[in-house]
Write a protein that binds this ligand. Sequence first.
Ligand code: FES
Ligand code: FES
Length: 163
Amino acid sequence: MSVAPVSFRLNGIERTLDVAAETRLSEILRDLLWLTASKVACGVGRCGACSVLMNGKPVNACLVMAWQIEGADIVSPEGLDILPETRIVRQALSEENAFQCGYCAPGFVTVLVSLLHNDPDADLSQIKAALEGNICRCTGYHSILRGAQAAAEAVRAERSKLT
Ligand code: FES
Ligand code: FES
């Protein structure tokens, strides 16, 4: 397996690593850089546990290969606080006791932060659409959706103070 340098921005810091081109981003984060907040469950793009932001959009890190992140801007759950919506989303989900085991939580938070950062007016159907790639095995989703709606309201309230 040939190894080559790949350069990208991770959580605001420029990084260059020597990796095989087909190394998955989830492996780069968790196994090479010890950033373990994004989880790996299915490993085939079906659960959203490994969600990270790539150039501002949520992606499944288990489906992104090293050669695809050359020059990209990656934000893992560890770096999400760079976006002001993150604190609001985490607080709203916590107040609704949105999660039980929490394994899925970083993925849900990552996708919700991205959604509300780009579209704070997202309604319930848009929230559901954004989260359709995220699976939770514990909660039945009601608490997560209540938290997501509360987060959307709180983001709107915060933005209205600034206008
Ligand atoms: S571990 Fe990546 S989508 Fe499930
Ligand atoms: S809280 Fe356990 S998988 Fe979601």
